[in-house]
Design a protein around this ligand. Structure first.
Ligand code: NAP
Length: 251
């Protein structure tokens, strides 16, 4: 199959390109760094010629409320029109578990707008909602840091490593469209404050995590339901502890 990966140079995109190539597919990474831009439309029609499947794993360069909404709306609209013109038979997109419960955040309103456009388009689709990536934990810590204190809520979550996301996205890309949403999560639940505590400790980072039920995640208060997947989620096998011991150089 010819499969186009929008955002094919990103964290998930690169791994997805490799994974699908290893399975013998013709894979085209498409993003501004390879001359394909879903905002301006540059290179898009040419990249999609003959493609059966398009996987959208692009992300907005700016996460400010207006900018991120404009990105996902414009990118989604241009992409779906180009796919209709090219006769693409399956649109796969990566979104986030709990998006509909997190709409007080501008980022999640933008992801919701992306999902809504996909559902309204005539192109058969599969939306994959994943939980937070292990690789994103450092950024979560950073955004919650004030001096030497990292203030975080004890909300349950079930994060996943990017390799497992890419493998599951590759499976979905070659399966039939479900015209619905599938969820994807890591193997075990963990609380957000505890996750960051373990991450900082493994990094020998001196910052201390303070648990605060009112501390915000992505600008909003979250509880044990906000970030957790449903019972039928597909689970990646990699445990956070195993990733930590591999990802962080031992000193
Ligand atoms: N972070 C998390 O924990 C998490 C959890 C669940 C789901 N997700 C979702 O996962 C997706 C991928 O995230 P990621 O961390 O892999 O992203 P990333 O590493 O930040 O990569 C972003 C990609 O988007 C591309 N891009 C930017 N502007 C573009 C444009 N105008 N046209 C086409 N491509 C464009 C970039 O291309 P260039 O390199 O060429 O600029 C890059 O390939 C996102 O949609 C995000 O919402 C993230």
């Amino acid at each position: 199959m010819k499969i186009v990966i929008i955002g094919g140079s990103g964290l998930i995109g690169k791994k997805l390109v490799n994974n699908l190539r290893q399975r013998g597919h013709e894979v085209v990474p498409a993003s501004p760094s390879s001359g394909v831009n879903t905002i301006t439309g540059e290179g898009l029609a040419a990249a999609l010629v003959g493609a059966q499947v398009v996987v959208d794993v692009a992300n907005a360069p700016l996460w400010e409320d207006k900018a991120v909404l404009e990105f996902f709306e414009t990118s989604g609209r241009n992409l779906l029109v180009a796919e209709a013109n090219a006769g693409v038979g399956h649109h796969v997109a990566l979104s986030v578990v709990g998006t509909d419960r997190l709409l007080a955040s501008g980022y999640f309103r933008a992801k919701m707008a992306q999902e809504t456009m996909i559902k309204a388009s005539p192109i058969p689709y599969t939306i994959v909602r994943a939980t937070q990536f292990f690789e994103f934990v450092g950024a979560i810590a950073q955004s919650a840091t004030d001096g030497q204190t990292v203030r975080l809520p004890p909300a349950l979550m079930q994060p996943i490593v990017s390799d497992d996301v890419a493998a599951a996205m590759a499976d979905v890309a070659v399966e039939k469209p479900v015209n619905g949403t599938v969820e994807l999560a890591g193997p075990e639940p963990i609380r957000l404050d505890e996750l960051v505590r373990r991450y900082l400790s493994a990094n020998r980072d001196a910052r201390k995590v303070t648990t605060d039920v009112h501390a915000r995640y992505s600008g909003i208060e979250v509880n044990d339901q906000s970030l957790t997947p449903g019972k039928s989620a597909r689970l990646g096998p990699t445990r956070f502890e195993d990733w930590l011991s591999r990802a962080i150089p031992q000193r």
